[in-house]
Design a protein around this ligand. Sequence first.
Ligand code: FAD
Length: 372
Amino acid sequence: MRERIECDVAIVGGGIVGGSAALFLRQAGLSVTLLERDWCGAKASGVNFGGVRRQGRPLEQLPLSQRAHAIWGRLPELLGTDAEYIRSGHLKLARSEPDLESLIAYRERSQGFGLGLEIIVGEEFRRRWPALGDRAIGGSLCPEDGHANPRLISPAFARAAAALGAVVREQTPVDRVEKDGDRFVLLSGDALEVRARFLLNTAGAWSWRLAEAFGEPVPLESLHPNMAVTEPLPRFLDVNIGVEGGGVYGRQVPRGNMVVGGGRGFALDADRARPQRDAVLTLMRDAAELFPQLRHAHVIRCWTGVEGYTPDRNPIIGPSRTTPGLFHAFGFSGAGFQIGPGVGQTLAELVTSGETPMPLEAFRIDRFSPTA
Ligand SMILES: Cc1cc2nc3c(=O)[nH]c(=O)nc-3n(C[C@H](O)[C@H](O)[C@H](O)COP(=O)(O)OP(=O)(O)OC[C@H]3O[C@@H](n4cnc5c(N)ncnc54)[C@H](O)[C@@H]3O)c2cc1C
């Protein structure tokens, strides 16, 4: 017999966005059902690099990113774990004078958002990070950015929501969604029917399916960033490292393992991806140029994930343009881990009050349609 659940809000997708939305909605007293096809946090949210970084984001993301920063600072109180979150600082390296100018220009443009960026060059740079190789000539430090363990934190949001009374169903794919009057009806095979006044589409790289079902096609592309981690090494790095212009990024965890990212893996099918052998070799060669300590390090694991990218690399966040009660949040284009909890809180606000102080205009779902 089919089980039936009635609730205020149904959420499709238990990544960091759906999980945090569930938590904030429960805090606001609404009844919530979160449906996750796999395990909560098993997809992009649980396998990412772990960079908790505001620096370098497009300016239109910074208000949400700042909101998320405040939430990251309250993790133990919210989730009962710090998920190995460290405000280590995020240092973005310049490998040339034009790169340095670009970092300085970003610092100017982002003034007023409270990032506190410091440009550090020359002797001061070498004194503070003697272990970095000679490839970098300086960098921009965001002192309160950092990193965390994605495997721990992403499921923790869904768990905390469940502890507050959200119904969280894992291994429960949503196969069909229809609207029946003012209710959304979600079906998972013959086993479950969920009816809700509001629907959150937080299904990550697969969100385009639900958007399309409500007449809102989005050109979302699945891409697969390459990751690798070394054996534990003597500690040499205390900041999360990025590079102006992209390429390689790296962080060393307190146990000594160095996590590095760069290049792309490939899709096995729509749901799974694998790291690319040549891309991992290139990644380790490039990483060893920045961090000479990696020259003889053993890689103990490499992996990738499935993430949705939009053409302009900004996410889609906000109300549906076709269907009252439906809200979308996806297409984070490789950078949704840090901002995710801020998005979850914003979705909860949109549901409970119909408005939010966060500027969402740049994230409208219809911005890619020919008439937009
Ligand atoms: C390898 C990698 C490295 C990254 N590094 C960083 C980083 O350092 N910093 C950063 O800020 N961001 C990073 N990102 C991006 C970040 O991980 C994502 O933007 C973020 O996790 C997206 O969260 P989400 O909740 O939207 O999606 P997801 O975590 O993908 O969650 C969506 C969930 O929806 C579920 N789902 C889909 N369809 C259905 C359905 N029909 N029924 C039920 N459930 C469904 C999926 O199973 C999935 O669990 C990285 C991404 C990858 C892949």
